[in-house]
Design a protein around this ligand. Structure first.
Ligand code: FMN
Length: 178
C-alpha cells in the first residue's frame, strides 16, 4: 500500500464524536494515540514521601525554566501535591517500568527504597533518565485535574545511552534509535 492509499484507508475508518456523547468512552483512546514519556513526581507529604506516576508532564518555558503536570483531583495523592511548595519530576528510562508501577494505584511507593532527598528536602528516586527539582510557580484549575506549573531549580541528567520509557495506546515501550 502506498502512503496516500494508507492515509485514505485511515480516513475511511475514522470516526468523529463529541467527548460528552456515548462515543466519548473513546476520548481516552484518541488521547492515547499521543505518545508520551513517563515520569514519577515526588513530594514530601504530611505522612511521609509520596510519589505519583504521571504522563501529563510537558515543558512550558525555557526562560524562565518552567514545566507542568496534572494530578487528578480524585487521586488520594492530590492533596499532598497541592499543599507543597516544592516537588521533583523524574523522567523514567526504558528499564524503569518497576519504578513506574510502584507509583500507580496500589503500588509499593517508596517502601524499600533508600531515603534520599534533594536540597529542598523533597524525596527523590535513586535513579532516573532526568530529574527536575521544582518550586511551585503557578496552580490552575483544569476540570477534574489540577495544573501545576513548576519553576525548575536544578536539573540532573543521566548519560546519553539512557533511552526514555515511552507510553502510548495504554502500552509501555521504548524508542528504536534511528
Ligand atoms: C502511564 C501512566 C500515566 C499516568 N498519568 C497520570 C497523570 O498525568 N495524572 C494523574 O493524576 N494520574 C496519572 N496516572 C495515575 C496515577 O499514577 C495513579 O495511579 C493514581 O493517582 C492513583 O490514584 P490513588 O492515589 O487514588 O491511588 C498515570 C498512570 C499511568 C500508569
Amino acid at each position: 500500500m502506498t502512503d496516500s492509499e494508507e492515509s485514505r484507508h485511515r480516513l475511511a475508518e475514522a470516526i468523529s464524536f463529541h467527548p460528552a456523547t456515548e462515543e466519548g468512552r473513546r476520548f481516552r483512546e484518541a488521547l492515547g494515540r499521543f505518545a508520551t514519556g513517563v515520569t514519577v513526581v515526588t513530594v514530601a507529604g504530611p505522612g511521609g514521601p509520596v510519589g505519583m506516576t504521571v504522563n501529563s508532564f510537558t515543558s512550558v518555558s525555557l526562560e524562565p525554566p518552567l514545566l507542568l503536570w496534572c494530578p487528578a483531583r480524585a487521586s488520594s495523592r492530590h492533596a499532598a501535591f497541592l499543599a507543597a511548595s516544592h516537588w521533583a519530576v523524574h523522567v523514567l528510562g526504558s528499564d524503569q517500568i518497576d519504578l513506574c508501577l510502584r507509583f500507580t494505584k496500589g503500588g509499593a511507593g517508596f517502601e524499600g527504597l533508600p531515603p534520599l532527598v534533594n536540597d529542598d528536602g523533597v524525596p527523590i528516586l535513586p535513579a532516573a533518565a532526568a530529574r527536575f527539582d521544582c518550586r511551585l510557580h503557578a496552580m490552575h484549575a483544569g476540570g477534574d485535574h489540577s495544573i501545576l506549573v513548576g519553576e525548575v531549580r536544578n536539573v540532573t541528567i543521566a548519560g546519553p545511552a539512557d533511552l526514555p520509557l515511552v507510553f502510548a495506546a495504554g502500552r509501555f515501550g521504548e524508542l528504536a534509535p534511528g
